[in-house]
Ligand binder design. Structure first.
Ligand SMILES: [Fe+2]
Length: 311
């Protein structure tokens, strides 16, 4: 049976890695800008923070257009899952992929049958996003949260479709169970102005007792969570393109399904060790071109050290 990795195992792995990193000067935390002190404080108190206007709109638009271009060419896009094979059980998160024949008809056709598409190897196929991964403000907040400069442990770039299909997978409430301490960074590639636009939906302060809920269920019922945490703590995190959201996702959260317009997002994980998947197995590593890695300064390479370097 599929289950979350053991908390105690991940705790040991985390401590071991923390000990090792603490002796490495390259992992020394960087200084927080004075304007970000409040953001770091919000992250520690509430479980999330929003950095406004980190990137220019034009810069973000370029990433979105580059992603869209590859979707239209069906280049470097993973074949998405077939949501018509969905069952009523929230826990059924694994679905077969769409038939290749349907996928090959292009986005206009296949978007009615799936919740989202992702680009394969984002650091290779959208190499300019490295600037986001290594952004000084993001790294300084993350490093002050962990106490050390963390690694990038996972990255994905997703377009979620506004369609009539039911919620699926991470559109249901869950806790990330890939490490005992981890930060997720969300960069919307289009403005998310309302609950209808598919925001990240977070239960404020639920990180405080997430450990107790660890491993009990893969996906959780919203009504039940409202009865525990209170409706007022359910926060749809709205932000413009160019803003950055940083969240402790060892807390209840989900992505709201967009209802009117599609939502594009870049999601980065930072942590002190590799992410774990289900059943105590390390997750697959994100990949980067060796040449892009080698072009970086030593300081920046530290953040990229856990990635798989490929030719
Ligand atoms: Fe999650």
């Amino acid at each position: 049976m599929l289950r979350a990795s053991d908390y105690s195992l991940l705790q040991k792995i985390y401590s071991k890695s923390e000990k090792k990193i603490s002796k490495d000067k390259n992992h020394k935390k960087t200084k927080v800008l004075s304007k970000d002190k409040i953001n770091l404080n919000n992250l520690n108190q509430n479980g999330f923070c929003i950095l406004r206007g980190v990137f220019s709109k034009k810069y973000i638009d370029n990433h979105r257009l580059e992603f869209q271009n590859q979707i239209e060419l069906l280049e470097n896009i993973s074949i998405p899952r077939d949501l018509t094979k969905q069952t009523k059980k929230k826990d059924d998160i694994f679905l077969p992929k769409l038939e290749k024949k349907l996928f090959d008809l292009g986005e206009k056709k296949f978007k009615k049958y799936t919740d989202s598409v992702k680009i394969r190897d984002p650091l290779i196929n959208l190499p300019k996003i490295l600037d986001i991964v290594l952004n000084e403000r993001i790294i300084s907040i993350c490093s002050n949260y962990f106490g050390f400069k963390p690694y990038l442990t996972f990255i994905k770039c997703v377009k979620s479709y506004a369609n009539k299909l039911n919620d699926h997978d991470t559109q249901h409430f869950h806790i990330d169970e890939s490490a005992i301490k981890l930060l997720k960074v969300f960069v919307y590639l289009n403005d998310v102005n309302s609950k209808n636009d598919g925001p990240f939906y977070y239960i404020k302060k639920s990180f405080l007792d997430a450990k107790k809920k660890w491993g009990l269920k893969l996906r959780w019922d919203e009504k039940y969570l409202k009865s525990i945490y209170g409706k007022k703590n359910f926060i749809p995190i709205l932000a413009k393109r160019g803003d950055v959201i940083i969240a402790n996702t060892i807390a209840f959260h989900k992505g709201l399904k967009p209802l009117k317009k599609n939502r594009n997002i870049l999601i980065l994980n930072y942590g002190l060790h590799m992410d774990y998947s289900l059943n105590n197995k390390p997750d697959i590593k994100a990949r980067i071109l060796k040449k892009d890695y080698n072009l970086q300064t030593k300081k920046n390479r530290t953040v990229l050290d856990l990635l798989e370097k490929v030719n």
